[in-house]
Design a binder for this molecule. Structure first.
Ligand code: GTP
Ligand code: MG
Length: 566
């Protein structure tokens, strides 16, 4: 393939087209129509937007954020995994009360029902990039319903809790404690026959199920036959996901989804009126709320992941594309945890600035700056395997290569080698197998392979019928280990491209040419995919020459990414 038309001697001639450069010298920020087409906006992870156009980087004041002092950065708090316990609210108790009016001595019962407990809802929303807020909360409780009152006043229902998570979050259930299911299971158990046939069976009052009139004597209840009260669920509990919960929230959700409904409110004493008992002295207690232990994990970290050696210029590139304030320093491992920036490609009115051919109209995408990759990173060298996991979770891989640091072709091959090795380790490492028999899960450390977590209906650990759900199995993985890792698509099948950065430095033109030639050969299949896989992605492999520190050439990246995303 012919070398790119772009000139790499940026000190003499920047990478921008002539007309654009002319415009920029005449301060065209607002009036030049050519530039408006190349304009995009960025936001910081906190959502602060800025308007920017590429040529405005010519101004030294605009460039200062691309070459900041190492101390000028803001901390980006990031967490891609967390374990949270959620409690749905318990129902309020029913009330024991009677009508009291002048001349009505013993009025009929008029105790109100208890309010139902608050539910736990979940919603995947755009704009969030980390689970740290959820992780910080640890235990989340919805409020309980208020008790019923006299004069047939029902109790107020408890407040719901909404958990907002980033798009791409996977939610898995670790453990469940469902008081209603436990009560049903208890009732199903056959009762033990009394040892002595003549022994009179005495059923103690279940104070956990009944509220008694405070003015009543215990003897008042000796002859009372308490009705057989079935454990109740709220009607909305039918909308709960099937147990055990496994949700792959890969799309933004319009409406929150119910995870756990609150306990049903107790019944007031009018519910227990019978012919023989006109003024019952008891009401029922509200049902307990469900407790769920959930594992949250980000499956999709960002649309684009920046992969490169330490000091390659990844953070500078992120700064030039977004309003991120990630740390930049001329030493290795400046970035120690992922930073995510958002590139907004609309005009604030939902109209995309970059023409899209596909049906989906993306108005923004996210980029993750991931710590630098060193040789043998797959053996846990450098910053460990943790950040290779982050690369694994990016939709598109952008390999950031420093054109001034040796042969870029070898560099891209080395990076792919590391990713390939990581993938191999990830796929072949013998992991313990989970087997479940009747609610008991055993680890078999000698086994190979894992249950298919992508398709929950095939999981061995899933409860078979809706009836099983009532028996209150506790799926306690923690007694035997942690949840198995998520299954991920192969890294070599992800779309990828190269960002050849530091193109403003001397003698980088030949390096770029060699790189582009190599990538064209990969694209047309004349050389093998750098991962070594025959089915490696090679549809549109290209290199974008940029000088991130000057903000030059970076405008091509959003356009390219939008093509891949469609
Ligand atoms: N000349 C030139 N220098 C650049 C360019 N991009 C980045 N640099 C410099 O390269 C050095 C490293 O940049 P960073 O963005 O911190 O590199 P990084 O890849 O994030 O490094 P780690 O966080 O350690 O992995 C800094 O001194 C930058 O100023 C560029 O386009 N041109
Ligand atoms: Mg960095």
């Amino acid at each position: 393939m012919a070398p790119s038309r772009a000139c790499l001697h940026l000190p003499i001639r920047p990478l921008l087209p002539t007309r654009t450069r002319l415009c920029s010298t005449r301060r065209p920020r607002v009036f030049c129509p050519l530039i408006i087409g190349q304009r995009w906006q960025g936001t910081s992870p906190t959502g602060v937007r800025f308007d920017d156009d590429i040529t405005s980087h010519d101004k030294p004041s605009d460039l200062s954020h691309l070459n900041p002092a190492p101390e000028d950065y803001s901390r980006f708090i990031f967490q891609d995994k967390c374990h949270v316990t959620v409690h749905a609210g318990a129902g309020g108790h029913g009330c024991v009360s009677y009508l009291r009016e002048k001349y009505v001595e013993e009025g009929p019962p008029n105790g109100g029902d208890g309010g139902s407990g608050g539910g736990i809802y979940i919603q995947a929303v755009e704009g969030l990039t980390s689970l740290h807020k959820l992780a910080r909360r640890g235990i989340i409780k919805a409020s309980r319903g208020r008790n019923g009152q006299g004069k047939s006043k029902g109790g107020k229902r408890g407040d719901d809790v909404l958990l907002q998570v980033p798009v791409g979050t996977v939610v898995r259930e670790v453990e469940r404690h469902d008081p209603v299911a436990e009560e049903i299971a208890r009732r199903r158990k056959p009762k033990e026959a009394p040892a002595d046939e003549d022994e009179i069976e005495f059923t103690p009052i279940r104070h956990d199920r009944w509220v008694l009139h405070p003015g009543a004597n215990p003897s008042d209840f000796l002859t009372v036959a308490f009705p057989r009260l079935k454990p109740r669920r709220q009607g909305i509990a039918a909308m709960e996901p099937k147990a055990p919960i496994y949700l792959d929230l890969s799309k933004p959700m319009d409406k929150p989804m119910l995870l756990a409904a609150g306990g049903a409110g107790g019944l007031g004493n009018p519910h227990f009126v019978t012919r023989s008992m006109g003024r019952p002295k008891f009401a029922s207690r509200g049902e307990g709320g469900m407790r769920l232990e959930l594992d949250f994990e980000l499956k999709l970290l960002a649309d684009v992941g920046l992969v490169g050696k330490p000091n390659a210029g990844k953070s500078t590139l992120l700064r030039s594309l977004t309003n991120s304030r990630t740390r930049i320093g001329n030493w290795e491992f400046t970035t120690l945890s992922p930073h995510i920036g958002t590139v907004i490609v609309d005009d604030n009115k939902g109209r995309p600035l970059i023409e899209s051919k596909g049906k989906t109209r993306r108005t923004h995408f996210t980029i993750a700056d991931i710590p630098g990759l060193v040789e043998d990173a797959h053996l846990d060298r450098g910053l460990g395997l943790g950040f290779l996991r982050h690369i694994d979770r990016a939709g598109i891989l952008a390999f950031v290569l420093d054109l001034s640091a040796g042969d870029p072709v070898q560099e891209v091959q080395k990076l792919w080698h590391e990713l390939g090795e990581y993938e191999r380790v990830r796929n072949t490492d013998p992991e313990p197998v989970i087997r479940e028999t009747q609610g008991v899960i055993d680890w078999d450390p000698s086994g190979a392979g894992l249950p298919e977590l992508d398709r929950p209906q095939k999981r061995q650990i899933e409860l078979e019928s809706p009836d099983d759900r009532e028996t209150g199995h506790t799926l306690d993985y923690r007694s035997s280990g942690s949840l198995p890792p998520l299954t991920m698509p192969p890294i070599h099948t992800k779309p990828w491209f190269v960002v050849a950065t530091k193109a403003d430095l001397e003698n980088t033109q030949d390096q770029y040419r060699a790189l582009q030639e190599y990538l064209s050969a990969v694209e047309n299949g004349s050389v093998e995919h750098p991962s070594g896989h025959v089915d490696g992605w090679r549809e549109k492999v290209t290199a974008v020459p940029v000088s991130a520190i000057r903000g030059e050439g970076v405008s091509r990246i959003p356009k390219l990414v939008m093509q891949y995303l469609e």
